[in-house]
Design a protein around this ligand. Structure first.
Ligand code: NAD
Length: 264
C-alpha cells in the first residue's frame, strides 16, 4: 500500500455496499484506509460474508456487519453497534443500488409497479434511512456520500427505472444537505462513469456501452474504482469543508459532451 498521507487521519468511516473486490465501495474503502481513516464495513446478506470479511481484514477492520437496507431493524441495529464501537462517526458511504434485472432492458414504460418500488426502496430511500439512523452519532465536520449515475439526467437506454431512482437519489442529496447543514455535516454524491461491477452487469447492453465510453469521453479512459476512491477521499476530507449538496462527476468528462463525435 502507498504511504499514508493522512487526509482522513483520525476519522472513522462506515462504508455500505462492498460485495467483492470490484465494488466501488471497496475502491473507496482502500482509498480511505490509505488516507488514515478507521474503517467499518457493512454488507447486504449472509452469502456475502465470506467475501467481505477477508477484505475487511486487509484494512485491519474488525467492524464487519450485515445490513439489508430493506429492513429498518437491520439499519437501527448496525447504527447502534457502530455507536457502541466507535462512539461518534465521521463518514458514512452509501454505495448501494438494486433493481430487478427484468427492469433493466427494453422500454422504460414496461417498468412494473413492484419493480419501481423495489428500485426506489433499495437505491433511494435507504440513503435517507441510513442518514436518519446515524444522525445522532455523526460528528460535526462529518460527511455523507452516495453514488449516482448520469442516467439520472439524460436517457441511458436500458438503465430505465434506475435512472429515475438516481434522479430521486440526487434530489435526496440536496434535501439531506439542507437538513444536515446545521449539524455541520456535508452530503454529496459522486456520479461515476461506467465500471464493470456486479451491479452494472445487470444492465442490458452495458458491455458495449462500456467499450464505447472510453472512445467517446474527453479523457479517453475508463473509470476505475481507485478513481472514485480518490474523489471520495477529497469529498469526505476537510479539503471539501464548504462543499455540500453536490453531484461530482468522475466520468473522464463524458457529461460535458453534447453530441459525441461518431467513432470511425
Ligand atoms: P456492486 O454490485 O459491487 O455494489 C452494489 C452493492 O449494493 C452491493 O454490495 C450489494 O450487496 C448492495 N445491495 C444491494 N441490495 C442491497 C440491500 N438490500 N441491502 C444492502 N446492500 C444492498 O456494484 P457497484 O457498481 O459498486 O455499485 C455501487 C453503487 O455505485 C450503486 O449505487 C451503483 O448504482 C453506483 N454506480 C455504479 C456505476 C457502475 O458503472 N458500476 C456507475 C455509477 C454509479
Amino acid at each position: 500500500m502507498p504511504e499514508q498521507t493522512g487526509l482522513l487521519q483520525g476519522k472513522t468511516a462506515l462504508i455500505f455496499g462492498v460485495a467483492n473486490d470490484r465494488s466501488i465501495a471497496w475502491g473507496i474503502a482502500q482509498a480511505f484506509h490509505q488516507h488514515g481513516a478507521k474503517i467499518g464495513l457493512s454488507y447486504a446478506s449472509p452469502a456475502l460474508e465470506r467475501r467481505v470479511k477477508p477484505l475487511a481484514e486487509q484494512l485491519g477492520s474488525a467492524f464487519v456487519e450485515e445490513c439489508d437496507v430493506a429492513s429498518d431493524e437491520h439499519i437501527q441495529r448496525v447504527a447502534e453497534k457502530a455507536a457502541q464501537t466507535y462512539g461518534e462517526i465521521d463518514i458514512l458511504v452509501h454505495s448501494i443500488g438494486f433493481a430487478d434485472r427484468n427492469e433493466l432492458t427494453g422500454p422504460y414504460y414496461n417498468t412494473s409497479r413492484a419493480g419501481f418500488h423495489l428500485a426506489m426502496d433499495i437505491s433511494v430511500y435507504s440513503f435517507t434511512a441510513l442518514a436518519k439512523a446515524f444522525q445522532p452519532f455523526l460528528r460535526p465536520g462529518g460527511a455523507l456520500l452516495t453514488l449516482t449515475y448520469y442516467g439520472s439526467e439524460k436517457v441511458s437506454p436500458n438503465y430505465n427505472v434506475m435512472g429515475v431512482a438516481k434522479a430521486a437519489l440526487e434530489a435526496s442529496v440536496r434535501y439531506l444537505a439542507y437538513d444536515f447543514g446545521s449539524h455541520g455535516v456535508r452530503v454529496n454524491a459522486i456520479s461515476a462513469g461506467p465500471i464493470r461491477t456486479l451491479a452494472s452487469q445487470g444492465v442490458s447492453g452495458f458491455k458495449t456501452m462500456y467499450r464505447r465510453f472510453a472512445e467517446i469521453a474527453p479523457l479517453h479512459e475508463n473509470i476505475s474504482i481507485e478513481d472514485v476512491g480518490g474523489t471520495a477521499v477529497y469529498l469526505c476530507s476537510n479539503l471539501a469543508a464548504k462543499t455540500t449538496g453536490q453531484v461530482v462527476f468522475v466520468d473522464s468528462g463524458y457529461n460535458i459532451l453534447g453530441i459525441p463525435e461518431p467513432v470511425e
